[in-house]
Design a protein around this ligand. Structure first.
Ligand code: NDP
Length: 406
């Protein structure tokens, strides 16, 4: 009998692809038996570099943070930003308390007052149902914390369930509870649109603050420029998008390294950036005496157990590197890396543009791309940095020169 695609082994799927033998072998060499169990139609792994942000000072503790990212310069910049933030006494994180996930049951063509009264008068049953649906999270001290109706439009209502999922990100925990709760709303069955968690995790907001001694950023003028850039990001969506992308360079790299769902964190972050009715930068900077003071505020929905985290040894190793004990601690570290990343980017722009700092790392990637070997890369990069203009053909020419010299 012919196997269905999903029934094939990874190698059988590889064999069915129109690929060079050497490429199939490459993909075969990068297979992982655990990852094969994680996703459907698995063929191989994508390897992303992991580097360390060494010693970021947060809430009086020093962290080594693994960052998984393919973009050159990001990890170097995060290290630099973290170093700058030490000059102002380290970073502080404060969290919503408790940090809870939000689950929604969504209704159409319904009167808000009616469903509001229903929810208020059935609280005992709503709490009992949640506990019965997921008793283990109650044993860990979590579970449903509150439930209320929220008017979305004239005829649309969301019943919001605030659920403490402890050290798990909690998407599955929330969905399990919501699906059990649906039964209580049987009489409104035809009004129900759906039930699922919300990734707009406004009850998991992390506020990160950090200061830098003004001389460390290049003096008063440079600090003022950083403030002006930050103000631009509050008013201009074009600037805000780029600034937030830079902040997410740090945030997403840690989220990914720890096996967390970076789509969830990014979706929540971008929604939060629009909370005032326009898309704005998630960070803001101002001058206070001799300090440049920055704040980053966004929801960060992550866990240290569950999902792929518990299944992937690498996530657990990365969490061990970071020496993290709780999801709340991880949220704080991720936010701190975001602020450090943002500061490094703003400082580079304020001091004449990011290209100068970026180019050394970009040229390493270019050197690899044109076939330079490990021993040739440092010298080739130095030659390219000295050039006013570099492209692939110039890089190839410089590599030839280098090879002729040796
Ligand atoms: P899991 O379903 O794996 O749940 C985590 C489980 O870990 C808990 O149910 C609990 O099980 C166990 N656990 C062990 N220790 C703890 C602890 N200290 N605190 C809490 N739980 C603990 O994962 P999540 O519910 O976290 O869901 C996350 C996954 O869902 C991610 O992979 C995400 O990508 C995915 N997802 C995301 C969606 C979204 O964001 N929109 C939608 C759907 C899925 P027990 O108590 O029984 O031991």
């Amino acid at each position: 009998m012919i196997k269905k695609y999903y029934e094939m082994t990874p190698d059988e799927r590889l064999a069915s692809l129109n690929l060079l033998e050497q490429d199939k072998q490459y993909l075969h060499n990068h297979q992982d038996s655990i990852h094969e169990q994680l996703v459907e139609n698995y063929i191989s792994d994508l390897n992303v570099p992991i580097g360390i942000l060494k010693d970021i000072q947060l809430n009086g503790k020093s962290y080594n943070v693994p960052m998984a990212i393919e973009e050159p310069s990001v990890i170097a910049a995060a290290n630099y930003g973290a170093k700058l933030l030490k000059t102002g006494g380290g970073i502080k994180a404060t969290l919503s308390s408790p940090t809870v996930m939000i689950g929604q049951i969504m209704f159409k063509n319904i009167d808000f007052e009616e469903i509001n009264i229903f929810v208020k008068s059935n609280q005992v049953q709503l709490f009992k149902t949640a506990q019965m649906a997921k008793p283990s999270i109650y044993k860990r001290g979590g579970g449903l914390k509150s439930v209320h109706a929220r008017q979305v439009s004239k005829k649309q209502v969301s019943i919001d369930f605030m659920i403490d999922t402890k050290d798990a990100m909690g998407a599955n925990i929330v969905n399990t509870i919501l699906e059990a709760e649906l039964v209580l709303f049987n009489m409104y069955e035809s009004n129900i649109v759906g039930a699922i968690l919300s990734n707009y995790a406004t009850a998991q907001v992390v506020t990160i603050t950090g200061s830098v001694a003004i001389p460390a950023v290049g003096g008063k003028q440079a600090a003022q420029k950083i403030v002006e850039l930050s103000e631009f990001g509050q008013n201009d969506c074009y600037r805000a998008t780029t600034e937030n992308k830079g902040t997410f360079n740090g945030i997403s790299a840690v989220v990914l390294a720890t096996g967390n769902d970076w789509r969830a964190v990014e979706a929540g972050g971008h929604a939060y950036a629009s909370r005032h009715g326009k898309y704005q930068s998630l960070t803001s900077w101002h001058i206070d005496g001799n300090l440049l003071v920055g704040t980053l505020k966004l929801p960060i929905s992550v866990g240290i157990v569950g999902g792929a985290i518990s299944a992937m040894p690498q996530s657990q190793i990365n969490l061990a590197i970071c020496n993290i004990d709780s999801a709340d601690e991880l949220r704080s570290v991720i936010g701190a890396v975001g602020l450090a990343q943002n500061l490094a980017a703003l400082k580079a722009i304020a001091n004449g543009g990011i290209q100068r700092g970026h180019m050394r790392m970009q040229y390493r990637a270019l050197a690899l791309q044109i076939g330079a070997n490990k021993n040739e890369i440092p010298e080739l990069v130095s030659k390219l940095v000295a050039e006013a203009y570099v492209d692939e053909s110039i890089a190839k020419m410089k590599l030839m020169e280098l090879r002729n010299e040796t």
